[in-house]
Design a protein around this ligand. Structure first.
Ligand SMILES: [Fe+2]
Length: 325
């Protein structure tokens, strides 16, 4: 190779030369090589982008831009929808609060309330029949549950507070009733109230209805500054157990010893789940256990970290929508 030809690209772009044939690569070319032996190939490296790669790059860039725009629009749309839904739910909750369940006599003066020194109590036949039956019928009509699977830890169906607000008014009216809060306050020895509207677990219904539905040993998370109480009222519990109840049994570890807590319908079970280790054993085939679960707190305000943790937990149970609550 003795001499470079007449039109060398000033930027030094690439050219491949096969013998006397110069072939354009990219947008620049042009080298003529004299006396190059046939079959020889000469490469000059260039900073320019080959045409094919340029087109591919533009296609990828367009795709990424379109995806980002679509994602941004979706997130914004979801945020607007959720904000609107929660404005409506707030109005709905205020209306339910004005029509509380009639629970006069829920705290009978002549009955001593159970002590909460072990942070777990139970009271049978807690609700008057004319309050319990309409709630049972209302909950029986909730057919769409959200199934959750957390590896081997939890399996079961749930109906969240935002659904109950819209479809189960009597259940929500029970949750919001001053009598129920008064009863819990009297047992705990501190004033308590319902947890906030945006907490999906404030008032929810848990369904153990497919073989193996259960939840393993755990403490409840407390997402609030105050003490956090869980109140369960079984709505339905049928199965092959000797007591006619299902195999899904609540167990709590008190003073290091696991204790069985019987959960027949219309029994109030209240415990401080942050301090009491508990689980529900797996349910069998052809058994059903439906539990109304309500949470209360002595102070339901939350710091930033507690708010983030609560969203993560709700997202695990109720999906991405819980991020916008
Ligand atoms: Fe729990």
């Amino acid at each position: 190779m003795e001499k470079l030809g007449s039109s060398v690209c000033p930027a030094g772009n690439t050219a491949a030369i096969d013998g006397d044939q110069a072939r354009e690569i990219g947008r620049c070319v042009i080298i003529v090589v004299l006396n190059a032996p046939p079959g020889s190939i000469i490469f000059r490296f260039s900073r320019s982008i080959p045409k094919q790669l340029t087109e591919t790059g533009m296609t990828i860039l367009s795709f990424v831009t379109a995806t980002l725009l679509l994602l941004t629009a979706s997130v914004f749309g979801l945020w607007v929808t959720r904000a609107s839904l929660y404005r409506n739910l707030g109005t709905l909750q205020a209306a339910h609060r004005k029509r509380p369940a009639d629970l006069a006599g829920l705290i009978p003066g002549h009955v001593r309330l159970p002590k909460f020194d072990q942070r777990l109590v139970r009271m049978e036949n807690i609700l008057p029949r004319d309050v319990f039956e309409p709630i049972r019928e209302e909950i029986a009509g909730l057919v769409d549950t959200e199934r959750s699977y957390l590896l081997s830890h939890k399996k079961g169906g749930t109906v969240a507070y935002e659904t109950l607000l819209q479809k189960a008014p009597r259940t929500v009216q029970l949750y919001l009733s001053g009598e129920l809060s008064d009863l819990i306050s009297a047992i705990v020895g501190e004033a308590v109230g319902p947890t906030p509207l945006y907490d999906q677990s404030s008032c929810s219904v848990l369904f153990y209805e497919r073989p193996g539905d259960h939840i393993g040993w755990h403490f409840d998370h407390n997402f609030y500054r105050g003490r956090h109480l869980t109140v369960l009222i079984p709505i339905l519990n049928t199965g092959h157990g000797p007591d006619g109840l299902s195999s899904a049994r609540l167990e709590a570890r008190i003073d290091g010893v696991a204790q069985f807590v019987s959960t027949p319908p219309n029994t109030l079970i209240m415990f401080e789940g942050q301090k009491v280790l508990h689980r529900v054993t797996p349910i069998d085939k052809d058994e059903r256990r439906v539990i109304l679960s309500m949470t209360f707190a002595t102070d339901s305000s939350a710091n930033l970290l507690q708010g983030i943790k609560r969203r993560i937990k709700d997202t695990a149970f109720f999906g991405l929508r819980a991020l916008w609550t």
